[in-house]
Unconditional design. Sequence first.
Length: 262
Amino acid sequence: MAQDSNIIALTGIVKSYEGGHRALDHLTLSVPRGSICGVVGLNGAGKSTTMRILAGLEEADSGDVEMLGAHAPFRDPGLKRRVGFVLDEPFYFDWLSAREYLEWMGNMHGLGEDVSARRPTELLEVLDLPSDDAKLIRAFSTGMKKKVSIAAAMIHAPELLILDEPLEAVDAVAARSIKDALLSLSAKGATIVLTSHVLDSVERFCTHLCVIHRGRALLECRMEQLRETAAGMMDTGTAETLEDLFVKLVAGDGKPRRLTYV
């Protein structure tokens, strides 16, 4: 069993696909309870595969998945009700308005009529989404749709929220509203795990960091330990920013490549 301080513990996770591509190569990582954990890595590093395994949409070839104190958690429907997900391809009924969709999601979670009516209003306001039932999700921008999917994942106030690229394809104002909503949920004791390519946001927003590279966890630390940990891992001195550290860890010498037109 994982220690009580960890809400997620992955041990030796291996996942391969047809053609022999190994997406996860004995991945081992843990997520402390109550943290906001940012998972970063290059494209193809294994981030989305990890999220899909946590969601129960894919099964690891080997290794152990422990979440909310249970092994193989997604064989227990009761545990699913304690988790919210937004994966790389969010799903929603786009012929509904945002309010209608969130009310339907609340009813599906068995929240009760009063809560299912009240909580969508709160989420629509925090995420700056239209409350007009005449405005259907199908007409929303990509960023607005992303916010709808996040609201749907939060509707039942989950203990654990897992988000794959929640800040991708959203503008600065939308990103701020998303982070405000997540901070509100975190303040109530929830744990949040998110992947992102927006390294500056991860550094400013998250309390913990995990760097995945070629299917393995290269680094796990609290964000305030970032520079100290970097100094211990590399001979090149401390990294000034998360971007500096990330480049040095996963891109060889980290030297910028310049394009010269001849």
